[in-house]
Design a protein around this ligand. Structure first.
Ligand code: GRG
Length: 309
């Protein structure tokens, strides 16, 4: 049983184990659903379906889908109900990684511990695999049955806005345009909010919508998602300068080489660690209205703060 009270050391260990078990079980559930959602590699044209599967099953943490399921469960829903939306979110996330790694963007050779899509399939197929995953996400989302408080239009709009030119793509554009420049903290926060936090926040919102959450609960979870998403990117920036490529499964130290705007480069490593902790505490506080019902989300927030990759 997870506890939100100040835990004894043994309770803390038990909580960590419970979260680790939860993550493994939901990861398996998501992987199984993704296996069924994605066209088989034998479907023509085989190359594109192989490329889509290659990147999706290259070993991601499945954070966005797991947050979607956990938010649904926190609002009294079933994980299975949120599963198609969870898969849609992973498809959008994987598309963004494939495109981000392209030579015209970050030009990366390694992702999820494997050679990047364009290294294996060539640039044209990598672009198309990303496009196809983005499109598949909307096909999956369009198949869900609406809930009393949330229509199909609400669901599709949520996904479209989070992945569109005012959020995910806005962040990517600002990120690209900031390379090699001195960036202010507010400008950096804009990048983090758009590039990373928006999709994490929407993952949580879509899970809550799939459980027909009340507007008040949806608002609390949206606040949680934003703080968690910001903390996640600050930690990602820290890990880029503190961990090896082998641990990360992607090229470590890349932000520094590309002169990217990151928390450590703008406010230093010590202050970045403090910022990540503060944002995580803020995320925890957003869950106050749930009392004991949000233990899993509390646990995931702590897990993400302590992560090494
Ligand atoms: C639309 C091309 C395009 C890009 C959008 C999301 C993004 C911007 C670029 C991807 C690269 C990047 C550094 C994104 C920031 C978010 C982030 C830290 C992604 C990595 O997420 P994890 O750690 O990855 O959840 P796994 O592999 O575990 O799924």
């Amino acid at each position: 049983m997870l506890s939100t009270q100040k835990p004894f050391v043994s309770d803390e260990l038990e909580n960590k184990r419970a979260i680790a078990d939860y993550l493994v079980s939901r990861q398996k559930m998501v992987d199984g659903a993704l296996q069924s959602c994605l066209p088989k590699s034998s479907v023509k044209p085989k190359t594109i379906h192989k490329a889509m599967r290659y990147s999706v099953f290259a070993g991601g943490k499945r954070l966005r889908p797991i947050l979607c399921l956990a938010a649904g469960e926190c609002c009294g829903g079933q994980a299975a109900t949120a599963l198609p939306l969870a898969c849609a979110l992973e498809c959008i996330h994987t598309y963004s990684l494939i495109h981000d790694d392209l030579p015209c963007m970050d030009n990366d050779d390694l992702r999820r511990g494997m050679p990047t899509s364009h290294k294996v399939f060539g640039e044209a197929i990598a672009v198309l695999a990303g496009d196809a995953l983005l499109t598949l996400a909307f096909e999956l989302a369009a198949q869900v049955s609406p809930w009393p408080r949330y229509s199909l239009k609400d669901i599709i709009s949520e996904l479209a806005i989070a992945s569109g030119s005012r959020k995910l793509i806005a962040g990517q554009v600002a990120d690209l345009e900031s390379e090699g420049k001195r960036v202010s903290l507010p400008a950096l926060k804009f990048i983090h909010r758009s590039k990373t936090a928006a999709l994490l926040r929407s993952s949580i919102r879509l899970g809550a919508m799939s459980a027909n959450a009340t507007p008040a609960r949806l608002q609390s979870l949206s606040d949680f998602g934003m703080s968690l998403g910001l903390a996640f990117q600050v930690i990602d920036d820290i890990l880029d300068v503190t961990q090896s490529s082998q641990t990360l499964g992607k090229s470590a130290g890349k932000d520094l080489v590309s002169e990217k705007a990151t928390y450590p480069s703008v406010i230093g490593l010590r202050e970045s660690r403090k910022a990540a902790k503060k944002l995580t505490e803020q995320a925890h506080r957003s869950l106050d209205p749930f009392a004991g019902q949000a233990q899993t989300l509390h646990g995931i927030a702590d897990y993400l703060l302590d992560r090494e990759y």
